[in-house]
Design a protein around this ligand. Structure first.
Ligand code: COA
Length: 156
């Protein structure tokens, strides 16, 4: 799927080694995130469309203590877009973060030009709270990002 949608995803992703687009590379990537999951640092999820894998969503950088926060990233196969799937997945992941993980905050960040992702976050109740200059190296360039967060109204 990543190979098929490589061009579609490229503007929104870090530059990847060629090995990332191989079965072995994906096995290694998944094994590494499962180690982070075992440590409680991340929660890797797949986005299902009628039981078929349509993309991925990961809760990264889970920090406890006074922060109780994580950062969310996601992508879909191009032919699965435009049907509300990402919005549903983001809402489900936020529920998981707040209920099962007991977190206080979920962060997400997008390129200013990523209108679809910005709309997804707005629909899922995220608030835009700032612009981070040259925040992430996306498509090989340090790029400004719009910062979003959703807070857990139930957290004590
Ligand atoms: C961003 C992405 C996850 C959206 O997935 P999706 O399932 O199509 O999202 P949804 O259908 O839930 O919502 C998309 C919304 O954006 C809107 N939208 C899509 N393209 C748009 C554009 N170019 N300009 C303005 N709005 C746009 C849609 O109309 C929809 O809003 P609406 O429900 O009010 O009509 C998907 O396009 C993707 O994987 N993109 C590449 C990777 C990526 O950008 N990941 C996020 C990095 S922060």
């Amino acid at each position: 799927m990543l190979r098929r949608h490589r061009e579609f995803l490229a503007p929104w992703e870090p530059l990847r080694e060629e090995s990332y687009f191989t079965v072995a590379g994906q096995r290694a990537d998944i094994a590494a995130v499962l180690v982070r999951y075992e440590r409680g640092d991340a929660v890797p999820l797949v986005i299902l469309d009628d039981g078929t894998i349509a993309g991925r969503l990961t809760l990264n950088g889970v920090v406890r203590g006074p922060f109780q926060s994580c950062s969310m990233g996601y992508w879909l196969a191009e032919d699965r877009t435009g049907r509300g799937l990402a919005t549903q997945a983001v809402q489900a992941a936020v529920s998981l973060a707040f209920s099962e993980l007991g977190l206080h905050r979920v962060q997400a960040e997008t390129l200013t030009s990523n209108a679809a992702s910005r709309r997804v976050l707005a629909k899922a109740g995220f608030q835009e709270y700032g612009l981070a200059p040259r925040y992430l190296k996306i498509a090989g360039v340090w790029q400004d990002h719009v910062m979003y967060q959703r807070l857990n109204e139930q957290s004590g």
